[in-house]
Design a protein around this ligand. Structure first.
Ligand SMILES: Nc1ncnc2c1ncn2[C@@H]1O[C@H](COP(=O)(O)OP(=O)(O)OP(=O)(O)O)[C@@H](O)[C@H]1O
Length: 264
């Protein structure tokens, strides 16, 4: 071992390519994507609709397969990582089962994974605390607001305590005030759990507020046009969004999006 600390990326993509074969011919979704995500990073993916953000997240999750290049997750193939429950996944819609209580929904992945029943109640309580929903165990999803449902779905993704959290536009459907609040809470959760988060968003302020690293993508075939290491401190009150540093990063993201765009 050397005296310096060489960190191996938790998620690493090398020259990743993905072409879907469809009835209308091939759809080239991702092209030559190179990216390293380090432990504890909060990485946002931003880009126009259809540029392959969700596809990239699904490749990391082993739900789609690259047609070229490689991806590793914790040094494993995405399929191995999925079988090892390396990540929790939060979808655009909360996707809670309406016939199960909040606790019942959170227990589901624990049941599937065969975690001993005696541990369930404790885990449910702990993750509900993390998302500020303590005491909501017995409620049904329809008794919660949209923002609370999304928090419950984050709790479900946290239930088996994976080091990696993959989040696909989790707050896209919420109004701005609720979204602000959840952004603040997510940063607190990230700081207290030290998870590695990969987060898809359409919102420049959201990406800049949350991330240590912002990955700007171009329209199809999805390529990375810029990777911005955030100069902002880890502690981020919401009003950091009015500071020159914040606005500068937001400007660079906007420029990156504009450059990747062809206006035809
Ligand atoms: N299973 C599939 N079969 C064929 N084409 C697909 C499939 N999944 C995605 N695509 C295509 O690949 C491209 C990238 O889609 P993807 O959903 O990853 O984009 P996105 O950036 O997440 O978009 P949005 O921001 O609208 O969610 C799109 O053109 C989409 O139509």
């Amino acid at each position: 071992m050397g005296t310096w600390d060489v960190t191996t990326p938790v998620i690493e993509a090398k020259d990743l390519d993905l072409t879907f074969q469809t009835n209308d011919g091939p759809v080239h979704a991702l092209k030559g994507v190179d990216l390293g995500i380090e432990k504890g990073d909060f990485v946002s993916f931003i880009g126009p609709s259809g540029c392959g953000k969700t596809t990239f997240l699904r490749v990391i999750a082993g739900l789609e397969h690259a047609t070229g290049g490689t991806v590793t997750v914790n040094g494993m193939t995405p399929d191995e990582a999925r079988r090892n429950r390396a990540y929790g996944y939060v979808f655009q819609a909360a996707g809670l089962y309406p016939w199960r209580t909040i606790a019942g929904n959170i227990r589901l992945p624990l049941e599937i994974m065969g975690i001993p029943k005696s541990e369930h109640a404790d885990r449910v309580r702990r993750v509900l605390e993390l998302v500020d929903l303590a005491g909501f165990e017995k409620k049904f999803p329809w008794q919660l607001s949209g923002g609370m449902q999304q928090r419950a779905s984050i709790a479900r993704a946290l239930a088996f305590d994976a080091d990696i959290l993959l989040m696909d536009e989790p707050f896209g459907a919420l109004d701005e005030i609720v979204r602000d609040h959840l952004n603040e809470q997510l940063l607190e959760l990230w700081a207290s759990t030290q998870k590695t988060i990969a987060f898809v968003t359409h919102s420049i302020p959201e990406a800049v507020y949350l991330s240590t690293k912002i990955v700007v993508m171009s329209p199809r075939p999805g390529r990375i046009t810029d990777v911005i290491e955030s100069p902002l401190p880890k502690e981020r009150p919401l009003d950091i969004r009015d500071t020159p540093e914040f606005l500068e990063v937001a400007h660079r993201v906007r420029e990156g999006l504009r450059e990747g765009h062809s206006y035809d």
